[in-house]
Design a protein around this ligand. Sequence first.
Ligand code: B12
Ligand code: SF4
Length: 435
Amino acid sequence: MKILLIFPNPAKTLPSFIVKFLSIFSNPIIPAFKALTNITPEKHSIDIIDERIENIDYDEDCDLIGISVMTNQAPKAYTISDEFRKRGKKVVLGGWHPSALPEEAKQHADSIVIGEAEEIWPQLLRDIEKDSLKQIYRQEKPVNLSILPNLGNGRIKQKGINSAVAIEATRGCPHGCNFCAISHSPGRRLFRVRPIEQVINEIKKIPQKYILFSDASLTINTNYTKELFKNMKELGKKFYCYGNANVLFKDEELLKLAQEAGCISWTIGFESISQKSLDSIGKKTNVADQYISVINKIHDFGMNVEGSFMFGFDADTPDIFDSTLDFICKSDIDKAEFHILTPFPGTPLFDELEKQNRILIKDWSKYDGKNVVYRPMHLTADDLMNGIQKMYNGFYNPSNILRMIGRNVKKGLFPLITTTSISFQGLTYTNKKRM
Ligand code: B12
Ligand code: SF4
């Protein structure tokens, strides 16, 4: 069979030529497609269309189309799927959004996959060959990660310069913060690890120097992570990963091993500098008073800190923007992303707001952290939109950008490109067309 895997380009947040330029020069391999490609029997061919950098040919000769769908990609994914189905092609939808809202997704597909696909996908391919494709495939138990193949990039062909490769050592997160899609997606609440030897073998097969750990957090089982880092020391790779503030605050051994293993940067979901907001969303891993120490400690070991911040919690008041900007400018943090709280379907946050009739918009393309889709408590939608604009413009000012680029020049081409592109996006961030 000829299989076409598509990553839809959702509603535009940047002019398409910039997205295209950035994606061509730095287009990390899409992890879901790496996973699907590696478990597809060799007799089937696979092509990948990353719609961010290439157009879809709806008349392409293929037997099966698989589309990966995050919530903000859903409307675009449905349009693509409907177009193919009009032409008599079979389409399977999978990923975060169909897993959260299967009833909706199945109206636009011949089949949907709920949850992780490693065990289901080969079965689905066999069913198509027998002309007995089911409408719904559901992964009942979390996948046993030791079954993941060790093929490195395998036979994946994704256009653009695949400057970095995502890899998973672990999957899932037990913390259950109320806004987080990871902890509330089927199977993902259970934290699982891959055998270290398998992860190391996979890394050895990857030619790229830069690795992105797509794990929810590498600080959940620190004994495992320390062992992994010890084994990575001799591999000469550079990598990025996610971690939780409370563990990085206290575990210097972990930081030292991370640095020795080639870690460039920890991304931390700080979410808020307001402890009241943190408590309200059940983010038990964060103590706001520890943030400055965490950042300093990570810097002491020569690694960067990328912070993710969110605004619009019920405890947030209009002064949250100034106090956060003040904090991050003083903190010497290396990069920052600012999101508007987004109630992804499937999360307790979505259910709570829905019960309170506070979900205002169900156009999923707006569920990208850059739009206000619910009625905030002590802020207006304009406060939030303008506040985010203020955060980007305030943090990504020319002198801060020079500081960030300067710090990353010596870390290599990939860190330099990503820092420059994020800085550029920060500098040019505008909420005008969304208001
Ligand atoms: C890598 C990553 C990205 C990458 C690639 C995204 C991707 N879909 O591959 C990039 C940088 C592009 C990205 C961007 C964004 N991301 Co992101 N990202 C992640 C991250 C860190 C890892 C996901 C991953 O690769 N896991 C490993 C792979 C193997 O798992 P998987 O993708 O789930 O795929 C499995 C199944 O879902 C299924 N599957 C997936 N697709 C398909 C397709 C078919 C046909 C089938 C059969 C099965 C299938 O099979 C796979 C194997 O089991 C997750 C958080 C996390 N740690 O999980 C967030 C996450 C997926 N991102 C998220 C979000 C919100 C975003 C953004 C909207 C911005 C933001 N606010 O962060 C942007 C928007 C991008 C855009 N196009 O506009 C949310 C999604 C929530 C949701 N309901 O949509 C997550 C869960 C983070 C979170 N805490 O909420 N992201
Ligand atoms: S700790 Fe991070 S990954 Fe885990 S549930 Fe909370 S926000 Fe999600």
